[in-house]
Design a protein around this ligand. Structure first.
Ligand code: SF4
Length: 503
C-alpha cells in the first residue's frame, strides 16, 4: 500500500477521514428539517456518496444521480422517474453519457420520499458521485444484438452487486469508471475508462473460448483523454467481476491521495507501467493471469444503436430513439413507458449517446410503432448530424461549465440539418469544460467550451477537435481551431461535416 505519510493528502481525504461519507444518509432527516442553507460544506461533499449533489447554479435545488447498471431499465421505472420529476422537479431529467439519469431540482426535504419511491421499483442513487465506482457501463443492446460475442450484462450486474453498499469500495482515491461489454460494435467508449473489458477469444484446452481482454487507466478528464493501456490479460466471463474488484482494490490501496487532478488510475499506470500493475494484480488475485486473447471487436464498427434493428430472437426488433442532447421530459418518459409496454417487452435501455432503446417489438408491429407521435420528437431515423449529437450538462446545472452547451447543441443540430441534410455518419460531442463529460475527445468533431473575446464582447465559444476515437484504433483528437464563437459554428461546420467520415 502507498504510504499515506509520503503524500500531502487532498481536502476530500480529510473530509472522508473525519466522518465516513457513506453514513451521510442517516443525517438526511436533520438536513431536511434544518433546511439546505444549514448543511455544512463538508456534508455537501459527503452527500455525493449518496447521489445528492448541491448545485451552485440552483441553490436549494439538488441534482440526484440514479445508478443504472448497463443502462438497463424498464417501463415501470420510467413512470416513477416521470412522476418524481413532475412532482419534485422541473418536469425533465437528463440521460448522461454513462447511461445514468440525473434528476433535477430536488429539494432536500424530498430526498427521503424520492429514495423510497425509487427503491419500490429497484432504483437508487448510491455511490454515484465522488470517490466511488460509478454506474457500470455496458452495451445498451446487450442480449438483443446479434453483433455481440455474448451478453455481458450479467457480468456488469455481478460487479455492481460486489460494489454497491460495500464499504470496501467507498473510499477510493478518486472516481472510478468501468465498462464491461460483449458487443463488437464499440459503443461504450471503453478506452476512456479506468477498466475496460472488451470481447475476445482465447484458445484454451483446444477450444476457442469467449471472454474479455482487459485494459486499464483510460480517462477523459484530469488533463485530457488517455487511452486505456492493455494489460495483456484475458478473463472468462464468470471470473470477470472478481477481476474488476481486484483491479479496484489495487487502485484503492496504491493510487495517489494527493492532488485530485492527478490521481485517477491513469497516473498510477503511468508511474508503474502495465507490467508492474499486472504483477500486483496477479499477487492480489492469487493465481497466474491468462495472457490476452484475440480481439473480437469489429475495427470499423461504431454503432450508436439508433434506428430499428433486428434482435437475435427471430421476429423481434429493438428501436433506438434519439433523445436530443439527453434531455427528456416527464411526458416523454411516460409515453416511452407506454410504447415499451404496448409494443415491446417493457424493457427500456439508456445508451452512452444519451438516447433510449425500446426492446422486444414484433415484426408485425414495427410499422405502427414508427407512426407513434412520440417518434416525431424522439426520432429513430434522424439525419446523422442529429443522430451523432451529444452534449454534457452545461452551465444551466453544472458549476464547472464555462458555457451553455445543450441549447447550443440543439441549435447547431437544427442548422446543420437544414444546411447539410443527410451525410455519412458523424459524431459531434460538446463538453462545457475540460472535465469532458460530453466525451468530446471521442468524437469526429469535438467541441470544448470556453469564453472568448469577439471585439469588445465576451461570448460562448469552443475549441474544435477533429477525429477523436475510442474503440480498437483509439486516437486522441487534434485541436483544429481555438476560440470559435458558438454562433459561428453552424456556418463553419456546414463546410466541415461533409468531409468527415469514419472511413
Ligand atoms: Fe459540467 Fe464540465 Fe462535465 Fe460539462 S464537462 S457536465 S461542464 S463538469
Amino acid at each position: 500500500m502507498r504510504a499515506v505519510s509520503d503524500q500531502k493528502l487532498n481536502k476530500i481525504e480529510g473530509i472522508k477521514a473525519e466522518k465516513d461519507p457513506f453514513d451521510i444518509a442517516k443525517e438526511i432527516a436533520r438536513f431536511a428539517s434544518e433546511g439546505w442553507e444549514a448543511i455544512p460544506d463538508d456534508d455537501k461533499e459527503r452527500l455525493k456518496w449518496r447521489g445528492v449533489f448541491f448545485r451552485k447554479q440552483t441553490p436549494g435545488h439538488f441534482m440526484m444521480r440514479l445508478r443504472s447498471s448497463n443502462g438497463l431499465m424498464n417501463s415501470e421505472q420510467f413512470r416513477v422517474i416521470a412522476r418524481i420529476s413532475d412532482e419534485f422537479g422541473p418536469g425533465h431529467v437528463d440521460i448522461t453519457t454513462r447511461q445514468q439519469i440525473q434528476l433535477r431540482g430536488v429539494a432536500i426535504d424530498r430526498v427521503e420520499d424520492i429514495w423510497r419511491s425509487l427503491e419500490d421499483v429497484g432504483l437508487h442513487s448510491r455511490q454515484t458521485g465522488m470517490d466511488n465506482v460509478r454506474g457500470v457501463m455496458g452495451c445498451p443492446a446487450a442480449g438483443l444484438t446479434p453483433k455481440e460475442l455474448f451478453d455481458a450484462s450479467a457480468v456488469v450486474r455481478q460487479f455492481d452487486e460486489i460494489i454497491v453498499g460495500n464499504r470496501e469500495f467507498t473510499n477510493l482515491p478518486r472516481k472510478f469508471n468501468v465498462t464491461i461489454t460483449g458487443c463488437c460494435e464499440n459503443c461504450t467508449h471503453g478506452e476512456a475508462q479506468d477498466i475496460s473489458l472488451t470481447p475476445a477469444f482465447k484458445e484454451m484446452g483446444g477450444e476457442k473460448i469467449k471472454g474479455f481482454n482487459v485494459a486499464v487507466g483510460g480517462k477523459m478528464g484530469s488533463g485530457g483523454y488517455t487511452v486505456a493501456t492493455p494489460l495483456d490479460v484475458f478473463v472468462l466471463p464468470e471470473e470477470a467481476a472478481e477481476l474488476c474488484a481486484n483491479i479496484t482494490r489495487v487502485f484503492r490501496d496504491n493510487g495517489s491521495r494527493g492532488n485530485r487532478k492527478k490521481n485517477r488510475l491513469a497516473f498510477l499506470i503511468q508511474e508503474w507501467g502495465a507490467e508492474k500493475f499486472r504483477t500486483e494484480l496477479e499477487n492480489r488475485t492469487g493465481s497466474p493471469l491468462v495472457t490476452a486473447g484475440e480481439d473480437a471487436r469489429d475495427k470499423k464498427a461504431k454503432n450508436p444503436h439508433v434506428g430499428i434493428f433486428r434482435q437475435k430472437e427471430a421476429g423481434l426488433n429493438y428501436a433506438g430513439l434519439v433523445v436530443p442532447v439527453g434531455r427528456i421530459t416527464s411526458r416523454q418518459l411516460s409515453e416511452a413507458a407506454r410504447l415499451a409496454d404496448d409494443y415491446g417487452s417493457g424493457d427500456i435501455r439508456l445508451t452512452p449517446s444519451q438516447n433510449i432503446i425500446i426492446a422486444g417489438i414484433p415484426d408485425a408491429r414495427v410499422g405502427d410503432f414508427t407512426q407513434e407521435p412520440l417518434l416525431k420528437e424522439l426520432r429513430y431515423d434522424p439525419p446523422e448530424v442529429i443522430r451523432g449529437m451529444v452534449s454534457c450538462t452545461g452551465i444551466d446545472y453544472c458549476h464547472f461549465a464555462t458555457i451553455e452547451t445543450k441549447e447550443h447543441a440543439i441549435e447547431l443540430g437544427k442548422q446543420l440539418e437544414n444546411q447539410v441534410g443527410q451525410t455519412l455518419p458523424v459524431t459531434i460531442h460538446w463538453s462545457g469544460c475540460p472535465n469532458a463529460c460530453g466525451n468530446h475527445a471521442a468524437a469526429d468533431i469535438g467541441l470544448l467550451g470556453k469564453k472568448a473575446r469577439r471585439g469588445k464582447e465576451v461570448v460562448d465559444a469552443v475549441d474544435v477537435f477533429l477525429k477523436g476515437k475510442t474503440g480498437p484504433d483509439s486516437k486522441v483528437p487534434q485541436r483544429l481551431l481555438e476560440n470559435v464563437p458558438c454562433d459561428e459554428l453552424p456556418e463553419l461546420l456546414s463546410r466541415v461535416v461533409p468531409y468527415i467520415t469514419r472511413k
